[in-house]
Ligand binder design. Structure first.
Ligand code: GLN
Length: 318
């Protein structure tokens, strides 16, 4: 019988032997030196049942996957008015593109491209203050996982992001001229760089994602951490914008809302079914994990978890 456990073992085996693995992000040394052969995957179901494979317990830099969590906090803090400062449309551009901002008067296309995530960071700095924003982010994430103290921010990665983040500085300063950055640019960026430097394993990331699988509820505590409506909005944005200019291809191949990061992680959500995290540090041309995407494609082929499937969900194979 095919079980979810055997499916992910076979996926890990396929990825272990794959010859084309993409390219590791090389803009800062801590990312450049990650072993290209790493591969991990974790799946957490609605009943909390968890399957892990490969390097699922090894922490990595979640980078832009963190944009999902900062957006969740900003929506909680600000509500619908947030959409006056960042739009809800796919960009069709690279994650760090500057081009659209001028035409669109400093209002980024969506909260998952860098410009949009920097606006979200600015909203959190306004709300909580520079230092406290970081604490609040960790407080948001930690109750979702079984070993809370081990989720942390790699301050060395954050420092190197800052030292090399010229394009992000350009984006932030440019938006400041339109009044869409309200704090000292350095403060907003410093928080943004720290959020990108969050470190988690696949196992932890899949656990963190469970509030999006359940319509905003932390299944561990039963607490509603965001409204069901906002959780749906975030999933829709993940589907449309979670992989930058690779979002269309990801939606067609995988059919799940997902968010990637240049560390090689992807968080994907099958609503009402599973929260899935995958990590393979080699990236494709759009800066998304090459084998991570392929692994999710395989998982969905085996389980039928695509949200676009016409038939009702196939039984959750256990
Ligand atoms: N820290 C990276 C940046 O801001 C994150 C980009 C990403 O993960 N796509 O450029």
């Amino acid at each position: 019988m095919t079980t979810l456990a055997s499916i992910i073992v076979s996926i890990a085996e396929e990825m272990r032997t794959a010859s084309e693995r993409g390219t590791v992000a090389n803009y800062i040394p801590p990312l450049a030196r990650v072993d290209l052969n790493r591969f991990g995957m974790a799946v957490v179901g609605m009943d909390g049942e968890t399957h892990t494979v490969g390097d699922a317990e090894i922490p990595f830099s979640v980078q832009s996957v963190s944009k999902v969590f900062s957006l969740s906090m900003a929506l909680n803090a600000m509500g619908k008015e947030l959409w006056g400062r960042v739009r809800q449309e796919p960009s069709g551009s690279a994650f760090n593109s500057i081009i659209q901002l001028e035409n669109e008067h400093g209002i980024p296309r969506n909260p998952f491209i860098n410009a949009g995530a920097i606006v979200i960071a600015d909203i959190l700095v306004s709300r909580y203050g520079r230092e406290n924003a970081q604490t609040k982010l960790l407080e948001f994430l930690r109750p979702l996982v079984s070993d809370p103290s081990s989720i942390d921010i790699d301050t060395d990665v954050a420092r190197q992001e800052r030292e090399t983040g010229f394009r992000n500085m350009a984006l932030a300063n440019y938006m400041r001229t339109f009044g869409n950055i309200r704090n000292v640019v350095e403060d907003t960026l410093d928080f943004y760089f720290h959020q990108c430097a969050l470190t988690m394993s696949c196992h932890q990331l899949a656990q963190v994602g469970t509030y999006l699988m359940t319509g905003g509820r932390n299944p561990r505590t039963g607490e509603q951490v965001m409204s069901e409506r906002n959780a749906q909005t975030i999933l829709a944005l993940m589907m449309m914008c979670g992989h930058y200019d690779g979002s269309g291809a990801f939606a067609i191949r995988v059919g799940l809302p997902g968010k990637s990061g240049v560390g090689g992680g992807i968080l994907a959500i099958a609503p009402g079914v599973a929260s899935i995290a995958v990590w393979s540090p080699g990236l494709n041309a759009q800066g998304n994990s090459l084998l991570g995407t392929r692994a999710l494609e395989r998982l969905v082929q085996h389980t039928g978890w695509s949200v676009f499937r016409a038939n009702p969900w196939v039984a959750n194979p256990t």
